[in-house]
Write a protein that binds this ligand. Structure first.
Ligand SMILES: Nc1nc2c(ncn2[C@@H]2O[C@H](COP(=O)(O)OP(=O)(O)OP(=O)(O)O)[C@@H](O)[C@H]2O)c(=O)[nH]1
Ligand SMILES: [Zn+2]
Length: 371
C-alpha cells in the first residue's frame, strides 16, 4: 500500500456477490434525500424525525445504506434519507448520508466496553446533574464533566436538583470563578401532600418554576443529561419530555412504545421551540476522559489557565513541580476561596490521566473515576 492511503471503503469496491452490477464508489448523489434527525438506534433500525422544525414532523423508520455500514449513526445525527419518508406504518426508508456533525460526545473505552464510542451527535448542551443532597454532591464530578464538555466543544450546564432538601449555595461556590450556566430544581410538594401523584408519576414532583428555568436553558438546543445515580435525572427528563422511561410508556415522537434498549434516545420538549431535544442516555453516568489530551484537560480549568503563563517551560503543574506558578496564584489574597480546591481537582485529573498513559492501569482510568 506504499505511497497511498486507503480506508475501508476501498475494500468494498468489488463485484456484487449476486453478480448483477459491479459496485463502484461513484454512488448517486441522492439529491432527493430529505434531512432527518436520528432519535433512536436499535439493532440496525434508525428511528428518525423528518421535518422536525417544519409543519409536518413525522417519525420515519430507516435502515442505512450499505456504504455507511462502518460509520456510527447515533441519536442527534442529522442524516439524508431517501425512499418512503411518509412515516406511515410498515414503511422503511434508507439513510444515505450523515450530515457534518457540529459536536460528538464520546465515551472512552473502559472495562465494560473496550471500544471508544460516539454516543450522541450535535449536542450543544451537556447538563451535569447533581443533587444538593441525597446523594451528596461531589465537585470532582463537575470538574470532570466540565473537561468532557470543553473537550467536545459543548456548553456545560450545572443542574442542581433537590434544592428543597439543601441550599446549594455552598457547593456552587466551588465553581463561582467559572462562567458556568447553573440551574436549580426542586420538588413541588412533599409526596404526602399530593397523594394523587401516585408512586410512579415522577413528573408531578418537579416544581413548575424549576421546569420553566430548565426549559429556558434547553430551548433551541440539543442537550444531554449526565449525572450519578439517584440525583433525579429521570425525574427531570420525564417531567420535561413527557416520556416515562422507567415505566415504559409510549412516546409520541418516537412512536416506539417501550424504550427498552439501553442506547441513547432523543426526546422533544413540549413548550420549547422546534429543534429542542433532550437526549436521554440510560446507563451512561460518565463519559470517561481517557481520550482527552492533557492540554485540553488543563484548558478546561479556565480559571487557572492564565496563571500557567508564569510556569517554567514544560511545567507539569504537579504539587512538586519546581516553580509551578499555580500554587501562588490560588493563594494570592484576591483569589476566590474556591481556587485551592480547583487546583486540587486539576492535579487529581492530571495525575489520573498521566497514570493511565504511563501504566495503562485500568484502575486509574478517568473513565472509571468520573462519577
Ligand atoms: N426531594 C427531592 N427528591 C427528588 C427530586 N428529584 C428527584 N427526587 C427523587 O430522587 C430519587 C431518584 O430520582 P431518579 O429520577 O430516579 O434519579 P436518576 O438520576 O434518574 O437515577 P438513576 O436512574 O439511578 O440514574 C427519586 O426518589 C425521586 O423522587 C427533588 O427535586 N427533590
Ligand atoms: Zn505549573
Amino acid at each position: 500500500m506504499a505511497g497511498r492511503s486507503w480506508d475501508e471503503s476501498d475494500v468494498r469496491v468489488r463485484a456484487n456477490k449476486r453478480g448483477s452490477r459491479p459496485r463502484t464508489k461513484q454512488r448517486p448523489a441522492h439529491d432527493d434525500a430529505v434531512i432527518a434527525r436520528v432519535v433512536a438506534v436499535d439493532r440496525g433500525r434508525y428511528t428518525c424525525v423528518v421535518d422536525e422544525d417544519g409543519p409536518t414532523p413525522r417519525t420515519v423508520l430507516c435502515v442505512r445504506a450499505k456504504e455507511l455500514r462502518r460509520q456510527p449513526i447515533v441519536p442527534g445525527d442529522r442524516v439524508g434519507v431517501v425512499g418512503d419518508v411518509s412515516g406511515e406504518a410498515d414503511t422503511l426508508a434508507r439513510i444515505v448520508r450523515i450530515e457534518p456533525r457540529s459536536t460528538v460526545l464520546r465515551r472512552s473505552a473502559d472495562d465494560t466496553d473496550p471500544v471508544e464510542r460516539v454516543i450522541v451527535a450535535n449536542a450543544d448542551r451537556l447538563v451535569l446533574v447533581l443533587a444538593a443532597a441525597s446523594p451528596t454532591p461531589r465537585t470532582g464530578f463537575v470538574d470532570r464533566g466540565l473537561v468532557a464538555a470543553w473537550d467536545a466543544g459543548i456548553t456545560p450546564v450545572v443542574c442542581m436538583t433537590k434544592t428543597d432538601l439543601q441550599d446549594p449555595a455552598e457547593f456552587l461556590e466551588h465553581f463561582e470563578d467559572l462562567d458556568v450556566l447553573t440551574v436549580t430544581t426542586q420538588r413541588a410538594t412533599e409526596r404526602g401532600q399530593r397523594p394523587e401523584a401516585g408512586l410512579h408519576d415522577t413528573s408531578l414532583e418537579v416544581s413548575p418554576e424549576s421546569l420553566d428555568r430548565l426549559r429556558a436553558v434547553l430551548d433551541g438546543h440539543v442537550s444531554v443529561f449526565l449525572g450519578p445515580s439517584g440525583v433525579g435525572k429521570s425525574t427531570l427528563v420525564n417531567a420535561l419530555t413527557g416520556s416515562q422511561r422507567a415505566t415504559g410508556g409510549v412516546n409520541d415522537v418516537t412512536g416506539r412504545g417501550r424504550h427498552t434498549s439501553s442506547s441513547a434516545l432523543a426526546l422533544t420538549v413540549p413548550g420549547t421551540r422546534p429543534g429542542t431535544w433532550v437526549v436521554d442516555t440510560p446507563g451512561i453516568r460518565s463519559l470517561g476522559l481517557a481520550h482527552v489530551a492533557e492540554e485540553d484537560l488543563l484548558n478546561a480549568f479556565t480559571d487557572l489557565v492564565p496563571a500557567t503563563a508564569d510556569c517554567p517551560r514544560g511545567c507539569l503543574h504537579t504539587e512538586d513541580s519546581p516553580g509551578c506558578a499555580l500554587d501562588a496564584w490560588v493563594h494570592r489574597p484576591e483569589a476566590s476561596p474556591a481556587a485551592p480546591g480547583r487546583l486540587e481537582s486539576l492535579r487529581r485529573l492530571l495525575a489520573a490521566s498521566r497514570g493511565e498513559t504511563q501504566r495503562g492501569d485500568s484502575e486509574k482510568r478517568l473513565g472509571q473515576a468520573i462519577t
